[in-house]
Write a protein that binds this ligand. Structure first.
Ligand code: ADP
Ligand code: MG
Length: 242
């Protein structure tokens, strides 16, 4: 039943989002159509126009792929994993990109396993989204700090950056679909991340003092011995379709 509820909640969200995605995609499509029509009637396209068309196409592609993370029926395969390893993997993945911008990671993990019951790839996606935002907020370099501790029955990860932070009036808008202040942003990353964390019965909060960086706090319930062991979830055959 829980799974059914989770699925129907997911469907509603996806439905609402689909309307937004359609809207966001219509703008670049209109631009593309305009250029092509111009070319058909007057043969006036120059390389600059082609560049614009390509970046509009890239934008459509980005919006669609971020949306698919939510909408694509994925094999739901919850397993017990050590959150420190998941975060560690993502840090290694993004390390070389961060170095290009003069950014270093500082990790402070506790010495004991931080087991959570999770869909590993989805959680990785969350940390990728959050850390990418931190990198994008620090064009002049600095340190991204990742700290992990236990709190009651939760595992907590705190990600702190040294970027420009978020103006106070913008804070409530973070996580709204399509809210972005980046030229090539989609405004989907935080919303997708919040959805994934909610599906894991956790929470994701952002705090920031404008001009002094931002902090993302992710809490997930600690897996208990009594939770179903890894591999006990039966994959539904319909989930295997693309
Ligand atoms: P996108 O990155 O495509 O803009 P997100 O949903 O990931 O979309 O983020 C939405 C907005 O939240 C960003 O455009 C940015 O304004 C703000 N934001 C998110 N993380 C940070 C951060 N670490 N520092 C400053 N602003 C941030
Ligand atoms: Mg982002």
């Amino acid at each position: 039943i829980e799974e059914l509820l989770r699925r129907s909640e997911k469907l509603t969200t996806v439905g609402q989002l689909a309307a937004g995605v359609a809207h966001e995609i219509r703008n670049p499509l209109t631009t593309l159509r305009g250029f092509l029509q111009l070319q058909q009637e007057k043969k006036v396209l120059v390389p600059l126009h082609i560049d614009l068309m390509l970046s509009e196409l890239d934008r459509i592609n980005l919006i669609v792929s971020e949306f698919l993370i939510l909408a694509k029926p994925q094999a739901v395969h919850f397993q017990q994993r050590d959150l420190r390893h998941i975060v560690g993997d993502v840090v290694s993945l993004l390390d070389s990109q961060a170095h290009l911008f003069g950014i270093e990671f500082a990790t402070h993990f506790s010495g004991v396993p931080a087991m959570v019951h999770c869909e590993e790839n989805q959680l990785k996606q969350v940390f990728i989204n959050v850390i990418k935002n931190a990198i994008e907020a620090m064009p002049d370099g600095g340190t991204i700090t990742l700290e992990q501790h236990q709190q009651d029955d939760s595992v907590v990860i705190v990600i702190t950056d040294e970027g420009g932070g978020v103006p106070e009036d913008m804070l409530p808008k973070l996580g709204e679909p399509f809210f972005t202040n980046k030229e090539s942003g989609t405004g989907l990353g935080l919303m997708v991340s919040q959805r994934i964390i909610q599906a894991h019965k956790g929470s994701l909060e952002i705090s920031s003092e404008y001009g002094r960086g931002a902090q993302v706090i992710i809490k997930l319930p600690e897996a208990k011995e009594s939770d179903p062991p890894a591999g006990m979830n039966i994959e539904r055959s319909e989930d295997k379709h693309e």
